[in-house]
Design a protein around this ligand. Structure first.
Ligand SMILES: NC(=O)c1ccc[n+]([C@@H]2O[C@H](COP(=O)([O-])OP(=O)(O)OC[C@H]3O[C@@H](n4cnc5c(N)ncnc54)[C@H](OP(=O)(O)O)[C@@H]3O)[C@@H](O)[C@H]2O)c1
Length: 493
């Protein structure tokens, strides 16, 4: 693989959490893999003034913390030479003019520039205004791209306001909106498994599929992020972004080619084809709950309201929705999507149940086929089929074809690492188009609003339990159930 074009990575919020644990280590690993041009530079920006040598020590500290078993010293020497620091105090009216002056030294900084805004979301629009005001978004001397971290707005109006503000200065092709799930190899694999094989696509429709479940469950609680979480909730945190993107990849039509434009156009179409949830029938389509005190891995843990110290909160730590996609492929097929904290298992997967086989044996018939795509922790594809139990009688049992997508010795790449490379290569297929962001907010906003208004105590589930029984209210038919673990021999009910 070739290294990318010479460019300068300008990292706002370089001392922050995301930068320490993902961005700086991710860039280091790209350097190690030979994917950064020898001339590439990284200019870290913060409010304080820090000498370059001190910043380089800071970077070393980040790498030591991330790679405690050590790292290649040759690569480190090269990486540390790429590092520069620029203090940008918010009180200095000339701060961005000074930044421009620093960056205009083409003998140090390549003039293709990626500005990564790893800062508070309330600062996104202001920084873009200031970059543009200093002429730094002008592409006459090289490409200029701006990465906007998650979340892009907190609802449709705020997302549209942010878009209106930044699009005064930037073309759509210059804006890279992050949903880091899209950098995950397992998610990118959904499209490849669907379209690089001939056997799946013919059955990937309402003729064969009974329903689809897209699930993300965690055993963790909200931890020390109670205030953040209570202002956000499961719908905004997981469903609006990561889970709807997973649904888009699962349900989209085959793009005419694998170009960023081809992929994003099909994702937009399918997201826009999701039928809005009728707010007057919300309880048949959406279910929310909060975890109560319980046990995780044998340890007692407190409930959400207790952690928050506020019994009035109606913010959900569990959210399940039933969605329909109004297009010929998916007519009548429910998509059940759900996310939860403090459930009995941590798993992200797509579970597809197929319709009943034409031949039904015995009075009760047999189990329906499932196809399961494991995203994390296990990247796998598993199919459950019915097979005869050897012996004198005609009876079937479920057997599992279970293949790991990840094999021993395979590279393990962090999602951010892939996204950082895509950015300097100008490939925005794994970044969000504004129409995707808008379609996602348009879908969840009415539910968030209705739930916020409904102040009745929220259904409680004990930490460490399975889905609340009451969540089954959203199923279309009585024989549907939440699909659990994907491990071989795992519990199917
Ligand atoms: N952390 C994650 O895992 C994660 C995951 C998903 C999305 N994100 C998004 O990524 C962005 C960065 O997250 P983060 O966790 O790295 O944030 P953070 O650690 O809280 O802050 C990032 C930087 O913002 C600057 N900053 C902090 N408070 C400020 C204030 N009051 N006024 C002006 N500047 C301030 C600081 O830089 P200086 O002091 O050097 O100026 C800090 O290093 C956010 O938009 C977040 O939503 C983060």
């Amino acid at each position: 693989m070739q290294a990318s074009d010479p460019s300068t990575y300008v990292l706002f919020g370089a001392s922050g959490n995301l930068s320490r644990i993902k961005l700086i280590p991710g860039l280091f690993r790209l350097d190690q893999a030979g994917r950064l041009d020898p001339k590439m530079k990284i200019l870290s920006i913060g409010r304080a003034h820090i000498a370059r040598e001190d910043w380089q020590k800071e970077i070393k500290g980040m790498l030591d913390a991330k790679f405690p078993k050590g790292y290649d010293q040759e690569v480190f020497k090269r990486f540390i030479e790429r590092q520069h620091y620029h203090g940008n105090p918010p009180t200095d009216p000339d701060a961005f003019a000074k930044l421009k002056q620093t960056l205009s030294d083409a003998s140090v900084f390549p003039q293709n520039m990626a500005f990564f805004l790893s800062v508070r979301p309330s600062d996104f629009a202001t920084i873009v205004d200031q970059l543009a005001g200093a002429g730094l978004t002008d592409e006459s001397n090289g490409w200029r791209r701006v990465v906007i971290e998650k979340p892009f707005g907190t609802d449709l109006p705020s997302a549209q306001a942010l878009q209106a503000s930044i699009s005064k200065h930037l073309k759509e092709s210059q804006i890279y909106r992050i949903d880091h799930y899209l950098g995950k190899s397992a998610l990118q694999n959904i499209l490849l498994q669907r379209f690089a094989n001939t056997i799946l696509e013919p059955i990937w429709n309402n003729e064969y599929i009974d329903h689809v479940q897209i699930t993300n469950t965690e055993m963790l609680g909200v931890g020390d992020r109670t205030q953040f979480y209570d202002a956000t909730g499961a719908l905004r945190d997981m469903i609006q972004s990561h889970i709807l993107q997973t649904l888009a990849l699962t349900a989209m039509e085959m793009p005419k080619d694998l170009t960023p434009e081809g992929i994003r156009n099909e994702k937009i179409k399918v997201l826009e084809a999701i039928r809005p949830i009728p707010v007057n029938e919300l309880e048949k389509h959406a279910f929310r709950a909060q975890y109560a005190a319980g046990e995780i891995k044998g340890e007692k843990v407190p409930g959400y309201l207790e952690e928050l110290g506020n019994n009035d909160s109606v913010v959900e730590t569990y959210a399940a929705l039933k969605l329909f996609i109004d297009n010929p492929r998916w007519k009548g097929v429910p998509f059940y999507i759900r996310t939860a904290k403090r459930l009995h298992e941590a798993d992200t997967r797509i579970s597809i149940r197929f319709k009943k086989a034409p031949l039904q044996l015995g009075q009760d018939g047999q189990q329906q086929n499932w196809l399961i795509i494991g995203i994390q922790p296990r990247e796998c594809i598993k199919m459950e089929i019915q097979s005869k139990i050897p012996g004198l009688d005609i009876a079937t049992r479920t057997i599992q074809l279970d293949a790991a997508n990840r094999q021993e010795g395979d590279e393990s790449i962090d999602a951010y690492e892939a996204l950082l490379l895509n950015l300097i290569e100008g490939d925005n297929s794994h970044y969000l188009h504004i129409s995707e962001v808008e379609a996602q907010w348009r879908l969840v906003d009415p539910i968030i609003e209705a739930w916020a208004k409904d102040r009745k105590p929220v259904h409680q589930y004990p930490a460490g339990s399975r889905d609340p029984e009451a969540s089954k209210v959203i199923f279309e038919s009585e024989d549907q159930f939440w699909r659990y673990s994907i491990e071989l021999g795992g519990d199917a009910h």
